[in-house]
Design a protein around this ligand. Structure first.
Ligand code: FAD
Ligand code: NAI
Length: 557
């Protein structure tokens, strides 16, 4: 006899779920124990097992549908059996009559898509408007593709230089495959975000939004313009590369970071203008892959926002890989010479010219707010960025702004945290974005990471601090992984011993830094880190040793 299949409770707290994927279709025969479908509920989910043998006569809740536990999702029975009377009538559910807060998010990067999901989790009716691709800069042209290229480059570099650890190989680079792998990683992650948006009930409109007034946007889509009204807007339009008026900067060999992620062949030589974060990461990629890289930085050292000792190690590593580093050097002009560009630079009043097949220009990024028509909504802009407070509110109560478009430090995890903050405030919570636990990571080799105060910034702020230092030459795991190059520094308040900051350069630094961020968040002190058992052998032991050193009780230092 036909039987209704209902959504089971997969955990004690589960009240409802969204069907992600069915493994069978109507007409398929199923057995007891078969996995019928995957379901997601909040941050958890699972798979629903079949408890009846028979034919799927009807799928009531298809993929993407949200259902309450106990509600019908399918009917199973014998072919030809009458089952219509079993299907519950679509009742006017009282809660559906309650008007939900409508939230429109402009921009689908790590700020926007996270804000959209969080707002939907909290019960809003959410629409995400994206003019290009979901995932924004981070997934498509930023964090993820650069790290995928770095992974290939690091493996190649390691394989080439591993004779001393008994690995003798003659690796070669298939650059087409390097790019193909990067594209596949991006595609997989973007698909994942699309599924998450769908399963959370977020509607997506592909088009470019601009404001008509504080509650209305015009969306330019392929099929014409449409007007869109919402109770609240979250602007998350990101950033674009900045440009400088250098003569010849528009010549055909000049590329930006997006261009450097999709070259069709490995260049023999590359000039990198700007030795900031993008500059050193891209220099690492290409130098490791075999390109002759020349970095030109106008300041006296690379990655000026990181601890000087760390920047020195990163510079040494780039030089070791064959790169040429020109600091305190300005680019005067770039000249097109057919397949090559001639780059003229100036240092201490002297000029020099060198040739490069590609010229990567990465001298900073600026908020992307052009075309949003913010004046129509009355949103305040300061120094080219939307002005928002720590609740991510702008001066207009219906409009919030997050991520790169509000300026400041432009990082994906900041955009996401601000996205959650904006969504929570819109939905009635009191949420604040707290900058002090924000880690900055640079994916060079070795990696470097910093959170909170550095020695330099603590000194500048007039804070009375103490430093704990541990050289990775004394850490077993680091010696195995990279010969023990790097260090951990902990900055703590000299009286309270509370952790104020942490800097790490070495293997896995970008993962390890979270211990520092958590310590700052929890108001932990040196003793808390020292009294926490760190597993052996791991690079994380160096963090504990740095805390011990600040307390004057280092064991291995
Ligand atoms: P974005 O990711 O830029 O997303 C904005 C979205 O808005 C875009 O998809 C855009 O198409 C859309 N949009 C813009 N205007 C409109 C409009 N009018 N209507 C509709 N849609 C619109 N950060 C890290 O934390 N770690 C890293 O390792 C890292 N690596 C990076 C490497 C590179 C090469 C670059 C360039 C950046 C990197 N970043 C990294 C920075 C990171 O990518 C950004 O901080 C992050 O993407 C900002 O997120 P967002 O949501 O604010 O903006
Ligand atoms: P950046 O601000 O990090 O570095 C730009 C560098 O260019 C500076 O060192 C500056 O002194 C130099 N410069 C400026 N004008 C110059 C000129 N005319 N000649 C020579 N040098 C010049 O900016 P970048 O590298 O473009 O990155 C932009 C942003 O992207 C970063 O600030 C960061 O927010 C984000 N990003 C983050 C990453 C991460 O978290 N790992 C990786 C890559 C980018």
């Amino acid at each position: 006899m036909a039987k209704l299949i209902v959504l089971p409770k997969l955990s004690i707290v589960m009240k409802e779920g969204t069907i992600i994927k069915w493994y069978f279709k109507e007409g398929d025969h199923v057995n007891v124990g078969d996995i019928l479908y995957d379901v997601e509920s909040g941050k958890t989910g699972g798979s629903a097992e079949c408890d009846t043998e028979g034919t799927i006569l009807k799928i009531i809740a298809g993929a993407g549908k949200k259902v309450k536990c106990g509600d019908a999702v399918a009917v199973i029975g014998a072919v030809g059996e009458d089952f219509e009377s079993l299907i519950p009538k679509e009742e006017e559910k009282a809660e559906e009559n309650v008007k939900k807060t409508s939230v429109a998010v402009i921009g689908g990067g790590p700020g926007g898509y996270v804000a959209a999901i969080r707002a939907a989790q909290l019960g809003a009716d959410v629409t995400l408007i994206e003019k290009r691709h979901i995932g924004g800069t981070c997934l498509n042209e930023g964090c993820i593709p650069t790290k995928a290229l770095l992974h290939s480059a690091e493996i190649f570099n390691t394989a080439k230089n591993s004779e001393s650890i008994g690995v003798i190989s003659n690796p070669k680079i298939d650059f087409t495959k390097v790019i193909e792998n990067k594209n596949n990683v991006v595609k997989r992650l973007v698909n994942g975000i699309n599924i998450l948006l769908k399963s959370n009930g977020v509607k997506v409109i592909y088009g470019e939004a601009s404001f008509i007034d504080k509650n209305t946007a015009s969306i330019k889509t392929d099929s014409g313009n449409q007007e869109f009204r919402a109770d609240k807007f979250i602007i998350s339009t990101g950033s674009v590369p900045t440009n400088v008026p250098i003569k010849g900067i528009d010549s055909k060999q000049c590329i930006d970071s997006t261009g450097a992620l999709s070259l069709d062949k490995l260049p023999k030589s590359m000039a990198v203008i700007g030795g900031g974060v993008i500059g050193v990461e891209m220099a690492t990629v290409y130098s490791f892959l075999g390109t002759k890289v020349t970095v030109v930085e106008m300041l006296p050292r690379l990655v000026i926002n990181m601890d000087k000792n760390m920047a020195d190690i990163a510079e040494k590593s780039l030089i070791k890989s064959g790169a040429d580093i020109k600091t305190s050097t300005k680019v005067i002009s770039i000249e097109d010479r057919g397949d090559m560009a001639a780059v003229t630079v100036e240092k201490d009043g002297k000029t020099d010219t060198f040739e490069a097949e590609k010229v990567l220009v990465c001298i900073g990024r600026k908020p992307l707010i052009d075309g949003l028509n913010l004046e129509a909504a009355g949103v305040n802009v300061e120094n080219g960025a939307i002005k928002a407070n720590d609740r991510m509110e702008t001066n207009i109560s219906s409009i919030y702004a997050i991520g790169d478009c509000i300026g400041g430090t432009m990082l994906a995890h900041i955009a996401s945290m601000q996205g959650e903050t904006a969504a929570e405030n819109i939905m009635g919570m009191d949420s604040r974005y707290d900058e002090k636990t924000n880690p900055t990571c640079v994916y060079t080799s070795p990696e470097m990471a910093s959170v909170g105060y550095s020695e330099e910034s603590a000194k500048k702020a007039g804070i009375s601090y103490t430093v704990g230092y541990f050289d990775l030459a004394g850490n077993g795991k680091a010696i195995i992984l990279n010969g023990g190059e790097g260090f951990v520094k902990i900055i703590a308040h000299s009286r309270s011993k509370k952790i104020l900051g942490m800097q790490i350069i070495g293997p896995r630094a970008t993962d390890l830094i979270t211990e520092g961020a958590l310590a700052i968040k929890m108001g932990a002190g040196l003793e808390d880190i020292a009294n926490t058992i760190h597993s052996h052998p791991t690079v994380s032991e160096a963090t504990r040793e740095a805390a011990l050193s600040a307390l004057g009780r280092a064991i291995h230092g």
